[in-house]
Design a protein around this ligand. Structure first.
Ligand SMILES: Nc1ncnc2c1ncn2[C@@H]1O[C@H](COP(=O)(O)OP(=O)(O)OP(=O)(O)O)[C@@H](O)[C@H]1O
Ligand SMILES: [Mg+2]
Length: 201
């Protein structure tokens, strides 16, 4: 997928322009961080990229097909389902055999530092483990566009570090990864940073 944003500006009723004159192109394989202070429009920009919201000015064009996945600020899994099920279901849905899915799932859990928790129910995970699982599950679905909103906002410094350590695993040649964050360590996982503060009016 290729995403081209040109001349974007966005405001809501009751807000001035959150940002304006924002243009960029994102290509598959890229990982980009959207930074800036609280309220500057990071989550809003993710919604625009997903097509949930239309920009007040400018346009976004999506070239190529593919799934869009979100990882929200609050991790949301199925409480009684095991960790391994969370990652193997999207792999099975993608058409893999049981055997392939199991092998790929274990590899993924390893990469996202969850091997020890494979058979635990989701409800028993710590905050950092739950966040890492949501990232692994989103990756398992192999989306063309992966939008991640504040993966470390709810976590203490130590736990946030465990999440930042695996963010690089999200990079994939067929995916554009966009991470909204105000944590500089989270942003440093990305090759590229778009600081919305520079586009504030
Ligand atoms: N649907 C809406 N209607 C009106 N105002 C909105 C709406 N959605 C967001 N806003 C406002 O737009 C501004 C930007 O919100 P947004 O959630 O994009 O900020 P953010 O950069 O993600 O902040 P944070 O770092 O706190 O997550 C805020 O002032 C917010 O109150
Ligand atoms: Mg936000």
């Amino acid at each position: 997928m290729r995403l081209v944003a040109s001349g974007l500006a966005h405001r809501f009723q009751g807000t001035g322009n959150l940002f304006e004159n924002l243009s960029f192109t994102l290509e598959s394989g890229e990982m980009v961080a959207i930074t800036g202070p609280s309220g500057c429009g990071k989550s809003t920009l993710l919604s625009l990229l997903a097509g949930w919201e239309s920009p007040t000015e400018g346009e976004i064009t999506r070239e190529g097909e593919g799934k869009i996945s979100w990882v929200f600020q609050n991790p949301l899994g199925s409480p009684k389902r095991s960790v391994i099920d969370h990652v193997s279901l999207p792999i099975l849905a993608g058409g893999a055999s049981r055997r392939e899915a199991e092998k790929l799932s274990y590899q993924l859990l390893e990469r996202f530092d969850l091997s020890q928790q494979a058979t635990q129910p989701y409800a028993t995970l710590s905050g950092g483990q739950a966040t890492r699982l949501m990232l692994a599950r989103a990756f398992a679905a192999q989306p063309a566009l992966l939008l991640v909103d504040e993966p470390t906002a709810q976590l203490d410094t130590h736990t946030a570090a465990s999440v930042n350590a695996v963010l690089g695993e999200l990079a994939s040649t067929n995916t554009i990864v966009v991470i909204a964050t105000h944590d500089p360590d989270t942003a440093s996982s990305a090759q590229r940073v778009i600081n919305l503060k520079e586009f504030a009016k």
